[in-house]
Design a protein around this ligand. Structure first.
Ligand code: AQP
Length: 359
């Protein structure tokens, strides 16, 4: 291979309802990429067991629901590979190898583990701690070059880059000797001339990289927030969306005319960002229209926009969810295509490491 083939990889966990943050921060941004390069979108069910095993029936249903959400949002199975992670065993095998590449110190720094494990660290699963190694394996089993995600995944992507860097360095001579490396596209003293894994580029951009809770502008919108009013779920109907926007926490001031005026106003900043992302515009554009207006005028406009943009998708998602056979067929086809890419990568990796192949 003369150079790494550009390839997008991203995924969402099938844990609970998808919300506006997952949609604006991730899934909606995947859609235009399908026409630019090969794309793989995974329903990461093996990550969904790290914080406790969900009810098995609910886990299978949530896997289908996330697949339906991908398709309803515009991910086309004829253009992208869509599959659920547990169907392609190479993810698990590479994750184990990466468990032996990554250093304890690296994982000890992961803020998401600290947030999710909280005070109960001793009782958290080893899987929750090692989750970022599995995420690195998800991406690198396809030698993924681009990963579009929300801002909360930035640290995990840096770890993916660290793992790829260490593997490339530790096995640099062996990769060269086997003739299976790719010339490093951005030569640097930190890396050998020939790489096996690309140094993945995070794609974290736009007005919606971190959508915040509707009840607290300093907290990320999250599936696990106990308050349903904190998030807009992709399964919410029009009345529920309008109610949640109406009840969203705000401050008493009018909206500013300049983006600088949103500083120190997390709730206002969040709602303006949501409007911009839904509208495909920028915060500047939104403030050109609404600067100087009260939330009593802005919120109904935001609710109307959210309903207009989300309703066709949520209707389609409901329809698709009913057709389990279609969803399962898409996932089966996707798993076969994904395996066809990941199997030769793991074959190479085994050879690089020196695992004896006797079959
Ligand atoms: N609030 C958000 N704003 C922007 N992007 C977000 N993402 C998640 N929350 C936001 C992005 O969605 C993708 C899928 O993430 P995930 O499946 O790992 O879900 P998550 O981060 O576990 O979602 P939650 O809601 O935050 O779950 P809990 O409550 O369990 O922690 C990723 O690209 C993520 O960046």
């Amino acid at each position: 291979m003369a150079e790494f083939q550009p390839r997008v990889f991203s995924g969402v966990q099938p844990t609970g309802n998808l919300h506006l943050g997952n949609y604006l921060g991730a899934v909606s941004r995947w859609v235009p990429l399908q026409d630019r390069m090969p794309t793989i979108f995974c329903v990461v069910d093996s990550h969904a067991i790290t914080a406790g095993f969900p009810d098995p029936i609910e886990l299978s249903e949530a896997t289908r629901e996330v697949t339906a959400a991908y398709m309803a949002a515009g991910i086309d199975p004829n253009k992208s590979i869509i599959f659920n992670q547990s169907q392609v065993r190479e993810h698990m095998e590479l994750a184990w190898i990466f468990n032996c590449v990554a250093r304890m110190g690296w994982l000890n720094r992961m803020t998401q583990f600290k947030e999710k494990a909280g005070k109960n660290k001793e009782n958290a699963s080893v899987g929750l701690f090692a989750y970022p190694n599995l995420m690195a394996a998800d991406i690198l089993a396809y030698r993924g070059t681009h990963v579009p995600v929300g801002d909360d995944q930035k640290q995990h992507l840096e770890l993916t880059r660290d793992i790829a860097t260490k593997f490339n360095n530790d096995f640099g001579d062996r990769i060269k000797e086997l003739g299976i490396g790719v010339p490093n596209p951005t030569p640097s003293p930190e890396l050998p001339e020939q790489l096996y894994f690309p140094i993945t580029e995070p794609m974290i951009a736009g007005p919606a990289t971190r959508i915040m809770s509707l009840r607290d502008g300093t907290k990320k919108m999250s599936k696990s927030d106990p308050s349903d009013l904190s998030r807009i779920n992709l399964t919410d109907d029009a009345d529920t969306i309008a109610k949640k926007v109406r009840k969203a926490k705000t401050d008493p001031d009018a909206l500013p005319s300049e983006v600088g005026g949103l500083e120190e106003r997390p709730e206002a900043d969040n709602l303006v960002g949501i409007f911009a992302a839904l509208d495909g515009s920028s915060k500047e554009d939104v403030l050109k229209t609404f600067g100087g207006q009260q939330f009593s005028a802005f919120k109904p406009a935001l609710a109307e926009l959210a309903v207009t943009k989300l309703s066709p998708m949520t209707d389609e998602m409901r329809r698709l969810k009913e057709d389990k056979a279609q969803i399962d067929a898409v996932l089966k086809d996707g798993a076969e295509k994904a395996s066809a890419i990941a199997e030769p990568v793991l074959k190479d990796v085994r050879k690089i490491i020196g695992f004896l192949d006797v079959r």
